[in-house]
Design a binder for this molecule. Sequence first.
Ligand code: SF4
Ligand code: SF4
Length: 220
Amino acid sequence: MIATEAKDFEDILKALSEADSIYIVGCGDCAAVLQTGGEFEIAEMKDRLEQVGKTVTGTVVPEVTCQVLDVKRLLRHDREAVEKADAILVLACGAGIQAVADVVENRPVIAGLDSLFSANKFRAGQFYEWCSACGECIVDQYGGICPITRCPKGQLNGPCGGTNQGKCEVDPEKDCVWTLIYRRAGQLGVKDVVDEHLADAKDYTKSTRPRQRVFEPRRT
Ligand code: SF4
Ligand code: SF4
């Protein structure tokens, strides 16, 4: 899922300075789990906007806001409320915000959240970046741990000179990713394989943006 965090309310108000009436869109998927754009946060945002004198013409929390056709259907259904609004405020990741902008062509669309990273969730409130979507997954060469993402320097051939007692020099609170990789290789009995491994040059053309994946879906 995509990790997001709320923008400062004062910054949102600044972006909405020309708008007296606002329609709010959330996201029932990632932003709901991250507690940034689910039903609760949308109701809270509505209250806060009303407290500073704005009119909220309507709200909606699509199941998955990056699904453009679903968003189109929902906003068409609520057309009257959307058209009464001077601006649309979206509490979703950048993909969701752009889905709304694609659908609502004649109103400014304002971002209420910042998008951070593709997240692995552990417990509630604990989200970590473990994958950078590089387009050429090599985690099987590292015991299932990604050095591209989980090392600040993306060290593919062993730790940098700054590793200290198993910790990372960039953030001493964290284990060096190579501590994790060696520990895992030990568990798997493949330490030698990791020691002898020399990574091929990474093909970063595979992560040239913007990327797309377009295919003929299987009929079910
Ligand atoms: S190698 Fe790392 S960044 Fe690339 S796809 Fe695999 S987990 Fe993601
Ligand atoms: S100490 Fe380890 S995790 Fe930190 S930058 Fe160096 S190699 Fe990467």
